[in-house]
Design a binder for this molecule. Structure first.
Ligand SMILES: [Zn+2]
Length: 116
């Protein structure tokens, strides 16, 4: 599972932040994950629960927001949003070219967290 390292690094950031703020417990973590991430929210939560066992982040609730998948056209450089289901047959809305590079969709970051 390639999502596990992502959750692991998120957990590390969460724990570091919590320590810096002298938190005793992490209540929730609000984060953004690109739509290209294949795992469902409840699986991300399950992995988080698994990895955070025994830490002050144990039991923290993940609030996940999905950020759009953005492509940039190879021909005219226009950037456009695509859905996961369209990834197989891309078409630039401006010029119709079917080649482009991924700008975002696999990124993730922590927006905020609630601690006690
Ligand atoms: Zn184009």
């Amino acid at each position: 599972m390639h999502e596990l390292p992502i959750i692991e690094s998120i957990l590390n950031i969460v724990l570091k932040h919590a320590q810096t703020n002298n938190a005793r417990k992490v209540i929730s973590v609000h984060m953004e994950i690109g739509k290209l991430s294949e795992l469902e929210d409840d699986w991300l939560q399950r992995y988080f629960d698994y990895l955070s066992k025994g830490t002050i982040a144990e039991g923290a609730k993940l609030k996940i927001e999905r950020t759009p998948i953005m492509m940039q056209c190879d021909a005219c450089s226009v950037s456009y949003e695509v859905e996961m289901s369209q990834m197989g047959n891309l078409l630039c809305p401006a010029c119709g070219t079917n080649r482009g590079k991924l700008l975002s969709g696999k990124n993730y970051y922590i927006k905020s967290m609630e601690v006690q």
